[in-house]
Design a protein around this ligand. Structure first.
Ligand SMILES: Cc1cc2nc3c(=O)[nH]c(=O)nc-3n(C[C@H](O)[C@H](O)[C@H](O)COP(=O)(O)OP(=O)(O)OC[C@H]3O[C@@H](n4cnc5c(N)ncnc54)[C@H](O)[C@@H]3O)c2cc1C
Length: 310
């Protein structure tokens, strides 16, 4: 097990939950500078500017209005309104292939399944009217069952809805057996701090699970968003899809804004479908902490900047 996966990543995620950490990161210039690498901006306009810019490099996009674990109806309504505004704006930007990605806890899942669905449905209806693809993010393990329930309801209403599944979870191998036939799946490794009983704990196991899940999903006829920056996994997928000889109509590479731009450009330049996940909004702190934990070098970069400005 690598030191980074087993010690640093959980440690960073734990420290990040402390209110002091939040204050230091969100209220200082170095904190905001690191955030700007991973977050397109605080407004929809800034996110759309990034989408238009990467479109020129033949890379498509997916907007994520940042926020999670809302506690009030008012907050969930605000998120719903933001997504409706994003859909209307995407619609006006002709020729831009731009999807949206939703987090169930941002739309009220902590309040109730019904509350969440009441916010997801109008977003789906607006997306369906415009033919915009919608993805549902997967959050920490306690939310997997209700998120899959939301997804099944959403998919029945609008078949262009897809779901993210995490290869670090041992249960995912079973979950794929119960998906609607052929539905769109975003395959990720998983970004949350989870108890060792439910996840594979070594990078080798998580990667092997990712490769196995890809094989299963591909054989079962799903559309698959291969959402990773791991060159070895990407290369493995590239070879298998090329070898299958059925083209790239149901597999695309997805990466995060600000991560491995070299790979994004290289695959897009070679003609492979690449989509970038573009987060925007003011609630960027939890998203940023997951990005910092994935690569501890990001934290050293932040800390050295912080010390230099003191
Ligand atoms: C489009 C997209 C959507 C996602 N949606 C979800 C979701 O719904 N639920 C969920 O749990 N997770 C989601 N994730 C995050 C995912 O689970 C991983 O945490 C994240 O992608 C990092 O893992 P990796 O697959 O790139 O592999 P890793 O093995 O972690 O990284 C491989 C290489 O990528 C580079 N890299 C990775 N992360 C960073 C970083 N933060 N900064 C700089 N370089 C980095 C490094 O070069 C590293 O060596 C999503 C990821 C993507 C790309």
């Amino acid at each position: 097990m690598s030191f980074s996966t087993s010690v640093l990543r959980p440690l960073i995620l734990q420290i990040a939950e402390h209110p002091w950490s939040r204050r230091i990161v969100t209220a200082t210039r170095p904190g905001r500078a690191v955030a700007s690498r991973f977050v397109a901006g605080e407004s929809l306009e800034e996110a759309m500017r990034v989408a238009a810019m990467i479109d020129r490099r033949r890379i498509t996009s997916m907007l994520d209005f940042l926020g999670e674990n809302v506690r009030t109806e008012e907050q969930a309504e605000k998120a719903r309104a933001a997504y409706l505004e994003a859909l209307a704006t995407i619609d006006r930007a002709e020729d831009l292939d731009c999807a949206i990605s939703l987090k169930p806890t941002q739309l009220g899942l902590d309040m109730s399944f019904e509350a969440c669905l009441s916010h997801v449905e109008p977003i789906l209806d607006a997306a369906k009217a415009r033919g915009t693809a919608v993805m549902i993010d997967m959050e920490s393990v306690g939310y997997v069952d209700p998120t899959l329930r939301v997804f099944h309801e959403a998919h029945a209403r609008y078949p262009k809805v897809g779901i993210a599944l995490q290869s670090y979870l041992r249960r995912t191998e079973r979950d794929v057996q119960h998906l609607p036939p052929g539905c769109r799946v975003r395959l990720v490794k998983g970004a949350y701090l989870e108890p060792p009983e439910v996840v594979f704990t070594t990078k080798g196991e998580v990667d092997a699970s990712f490769a196995r899940l890809f094989t299963t999903l591909f054989a079962r006829g799903h559309s698959i968003d291969v959402a990773t920056h791991d060159p070895r996994l990407l290369e493995g997928v590239r070879r298998r899809v090329d070898a299958a000889g059925e083209g790239w109509s149901r597999v695309e590479f997805q990466m995060l804004y600000g991560v491995r731009r070299d790979l994004q450009s290289r695959f897009a330049g070679q003609g492979y479908p690449v989509r970038v996940y573009i987060p925007y909004g003011t609630e960027w702190y939890p998203y940023l902490t997951r990005r910092l934990a994935e690569r501890p070098a990001n934290v050293w970069f932040f800390l050295s900047n912080l010390l230099r400005t003191r």
